[in-house]
Each structure stands twice: as C-alpha cells, then as structure tokens.
Design a protein around this ligand. Structure first.
Ligand code: ZN
Length: 218
C-alpha cells in the first residue's frame, strides 16, 4: 500500500525538505538524488496577435534514494512521467498488453497453444507487438510498486502536488519535515462550485442547452 501525500508548492513556503533516507526502502546508506520532472501547462489562451500565449511551469523534485534503488527510481521517473508522450506510450502498451494477455489466456484455456502459434505464424509483427506491450505493461506495474515517490498529478485548482509514497515511514518523516506545506488545511481543495471541472461542465451544459434551443426553434 502506498501513502498519499498532498504538498502545497506556493512560493512563500519554505523549500521542500526530504528525510535523510531512501524513498524506496528507508535505508540510510549511500544516498543520492533521483530527479523527477513534474511538467504542466498552466494556461493557454489566444493573444492579440492571433497566436497562443502559453504560460507553463516545470517543477523538478529530487528524491533521496540509496545506491541499490537508484536505477529503479530513475527508470520509473522517466517511464512513469506525466508527459503527453509517455501517456501515449503507456496507453498503447496497456492496449497491446491487454491483447497479448488475452492471446496467452485463450491459448492456456485451450491448452494447445494454437492461438499463440497461429498468430506467430500468420503475422509475426503482431505477435511481437502484443508480447512487447505485455512485457512493457508488466514493467510499468512493477515500477509503480518500486518507485519511492510517484507523482499522481498537480491539482488543477490550486498549486498542490498529489504524490504517492511507497514507504509509510518515509511519508511520515516527510510530513514531519514539511509541516506547513503538507498541512491539511493548506492543501485542501476548493469547494465544488469553485473547481475548474465544475465550470467546464457548466459551460458544456449551457452550450448543449443553447443548441437544443436552436434545433427546437425550427
Ligand atoms: Zn533503498
């Protein structure tokens, strides 16, 4: 079980402080930092020149890890990144992986391996794509379980980062080291009527109501 941690990232808060331990195993020997990139586009709106003004900010977290868990954390930070490209790659892998799992399962149930061999003989590229997707999906699941600190998302309504900590002791030490930034009042979300999603749904509802009105007029 991972521990959810919400941390505020306002500018006037003291800098984030990490416990002196590995985020994966809580060990204290030969620690170094593994950096995870938290990128997002803050706002995109049309400007007077006909283009788009995009305000973006990128945040980096440097998580302490021991020598034994350094590679797995660095790999996880790259492969589990919340960037459009990685989301696409993971989505494709899960889709192909599901195909691969179904293929394996049907072959297992029939106990003859015919489905598997037939796919391999008929179209080797498909076979390898399915199996590659399955292997990649398993790797992603495993990395999610191993990574010390996983970025879930940046709250769209306020500057709060949603994280998941693998080790409960590490999470506790982190909260203790950052009492202001992890304060539950400070990181509480706004009420539903002030959330971005509510406003977006409202705009959609008004749009559909208007379209319905236009259609019904004729
Ligand atoms: Zn470790």
């Amino acid at each position: 079980m991972t521990t959810p941690v919400r941390i505020a990232i306002f500018e006037d808060l003291p800098p984030m402080r990490w416990p002196n331990a590995c985020a994966t195993c809580c060990g204290k020997e030969s620690l170094s930092g593994a950096t995870v990139r938290v990128g997002r586009i803050k706002s995109a709106r049309p400007n007077l020149l006909g283009g788009w003004t995009i305000k973006s900010d990128v945040l980096y977290l440097t998580v302490p890890v021991c020598a034994r868990h350094r590679t797995v954390n660095q790999l996880a930070h790259v492969l589990l990144e919340k960037s459009p490209l990685m989301l696409l790659i993971r989505g494709l892998s899960y889709l192909l992986g599901l195909g691969g799992a179904l293929l394996l399962l049907t072959s297992l149930i029939r106990l003859d391996g015919v489905g598997l061999m037939q796919t391999y003989q008929n179209s080797p590229p498909f076979f390898w794509m399915f199996m590659g997707g399955l292997a990649a999906s398993l790797l992603f699941f495993w990395l999610k379980r191993q990574v010390g600190v996983r970025v879930v998302r940046l709250d769209p309504d306020l500057d709060v980062l949603d994280l998941r900590f693998r080790d409960a002791r590490f999470a506790k030490a982190f909260k203790k080291a950052n009492p202001e930034a992890t304060d539950s009042v400070m990181t509480a979300g706004p009420p539903w009527y002030r959330r971005k999603l509510t406003h977006q749904l409202l705009v959609l509802a008004v749009f559909f109501a208007f379209m319905a009105y236009l259609f019904n007029r004729h």
